[in-house]
Each structure stands twice: as structure tokens, then as C-alpha cells.
Design a protein around this ligand. Sequence first.
Ligand SMILES: Nc1ncnc2c1ncn2[C@@H]1O[C@H](COP(=O)(O)OP(=O)(O)OP(=O)(O)O)[C@@H](O)[C@H]1O
Ligand code: SF4
Ligand SMILES: [Mg+2]
Length: 333
Amino acid sequence: MEPLLTVKDLSVSFNTTDGTVYAVNNISFDLYPGETLALVGESGCGKSVTTMSLLGLIPKISGNNMSGTAVFNDGVSKKDLLKMSEEGIRKVRGGQIGFVFQDPLNSLNPVMTIGQQIAEPLMEHLKIDKNEAERRTIELLERVHIPDAADRIRIYPHELSGGMRQRVMIAIAISCSPKILIADEPTTALDVTIQAQIVDLIENLSKELNLSVIWITHDLSVVAGLADRVLVMYAGTGIEIAQVDELYDYPSHPYTRGLLGALPNPDMESSKRLISIPGSPPDIYTAPYSCVFASRCKFAFDLCHKELPKLVELGNNHQAACFIAEQLRSEYV
Ligand SMILES: Nc1ncnc2c1ncn2[C@@H]1O[C@H](COP(=O)(O)OP(=O)(O)OP(=O)(O)O)[C@@H](O)[C@H]1O
Ligand code: SF4
Ligand SMILES: [Mg+2]
């Protein structure tokens, strides 16, 4: 099967008054039709910047740099999302690629009704009139299980609970029948029972609509339940990628091992955030030139401090960026 999205060597750096921030460094991954890929890693490791790049949301100011390719195959043509014009990427964003962010209140416009906020992108992307947009808006609200949808289109975001607001964001995200949905920590701002409902909703919609999902999270219990594959990120780099079962059964990068070692039980029924591993991530003002995990790794040896390990194939479509990954993988056999 051909990937829907192929990201290759994506790097993003920001010019700040304190120096250049190397936020994302040579990240590569594929996203296949209908699959859910989870991006997992500690705060600041570059998860959001990675997906913001795909949506054309990296500020284009002098000194900021973005390189690499992100080829999106929409079935008709292939286009590099990183090289598109402002107008081109605006059509893709909210059209072929929907997105849901962490905080629904900040993502919605407080002075526009729910109905207007769903209908406007529909009219813009699908070139339909107001009546048709309103009909579709009610359908979309019903699809995300908002009760009394026909009445709710006239209310404002502050009149809804956090969970309901996130449902509205999801309705907007799927409104133009996207091929990809980017969900950046969509449940973090919600309480636990509502979190589970939103996870279920996105999971069900992705099956019904055959959506490919990039799901960003800290929550390993969520990952185990909903992802097909996982990309573990550390300090702006992709350090391990595998099918979810393969990764949980045979974590082969010391960082992933540390994260999984924290889980309270193998079924991961309870919600558990990533533990903190002793030490701190490397300086983000220096481009990586050696293993980014070396200062915290109990296996580190000379080479780790001198050279940057590349992702190596370990079999079973499992890759890890560590000089001893094959050895660590073989310990399970
Ligand atoms: N516009 C910007 N200017 C300067 N630095 C930035 C900018 N946006 C992000 N960064 C930096 O890039 C790094 C990666 O940020 P990013 O938001 O992708 O992390 P994250 O993995 O999504 O973290 P979290 O889990 O907290 O959301 C961080 O060090 C962040 O401070
Ligand atoms: S390359 Fe070296 S420092 Fe990096 S994770 Fe592997 S063993 Fe640890
Ligand atoms: Mg983030």
C-alpha cells in the first residue's frame, strides 16, 4: 500500500533572541491510509512543531528554517506540503487535513456562534451556499453526538462544556471529509471521563470515515488502545518507530524502555503519563551531533558522545536510532 503522507528528513529551527532553537531534527515517517500513528514523547520534544509544519503553521519569519519534504498523496496528485504557497496550504489545512488541538476554547472564536464556525469553512472549501452549509452543520453536530444540534448552532462557545467544545472542534475538523486528521493532545484539557468519550469518538470517526490519524499524546495508555504504529520522539528527533504491539513487546531504544518501564501493568488500563527519567534533555540551542539521549542513557559508551546514531531496521518494520538497538532487540528472543 502506498503511504498517504511521506515525511522525510523534516527539520525545523527557530531564530530566537537566545539563539537558534533546533526544535525538530531530521524526522522521517510514513502515514498509511486508515492508520493511526501516535507521536509520543516528553514536553518540548517537537511533537507539535512536527505537525504544525505539515499544516503550514510555522511562522515564516527571518531566521526560522524548515527543510526536508512532506509528500501528501491525495489520490489525484502528490504535493510537498512544505513547499506549497500560502493559498495552497490553506486549502489543504481544514480541507484535506483536519486538525484538533488541545484547548478547544482557545481554538474557537468566542464571538462567533458554533454554527457560523462550522459553516464558514464549509462554504469556503466546498463552495456551497448558506442553506446547504447549515444543513451540513446540523448533520456534523449530530455526527459528533451533540444533542439538539439544530438549536445548538446558534449558541456561542462559552455556553458549551469543554467536552462539547472539543466535539465542535472535531466536527470542524471532519467537515470537509479530510483524508488526514491531526489530533494534538485533544483530551489533555478535559477531565478523565470526558477524555475517554473524545478518544472513542475520534476512534469511531476514523473507522467510519477511513481517516488516517496522527495522534499526539503523553498518555501511553491511550496509545496502546488506539494507535496502529508509534513514533517515539526525543529532543526533536525520532528515536523509535514500530507497530504498537511490537514496540510494547520489544522496545529497543533505552529511552522507550525507560518510558514503558514506568507503566503500572502490562494491560495499561489506568491512565498513566510518561515518567520522568533521571537527567534532562540536551540543550536545544545546539544541533544534534551525537546521540541525543547519551547524557541520560545507562548504556552510553564513547561513540554515543561522538556520533549521531541513525534509525536502523530491526525487522518487522521496527526501527530505532541507537548503536546497540539490535543487541537490545535480541535480548527478547
Ligand atoms: N515559534 C517558536 N519559536 C521558538 N521556539 C519554538 C517555537 N515553537 C516551538 N518552539 C520550541 O520548539 C521545541 C519543540 O516544541 P513543541 O511545541 O513541538 O513541543 P511538544 O513536543 O509539542 O511539547 P508539549 O508536549 O509540551 O506540547 C520547544 O523547545 C519549543 O519551546
Ligand atoms: S546510542 Fe548510545 S547513548 Fe544513545 S541510546 Fe543508544 S546506547 Fe544510549
Ligand atoms: Mg505540543
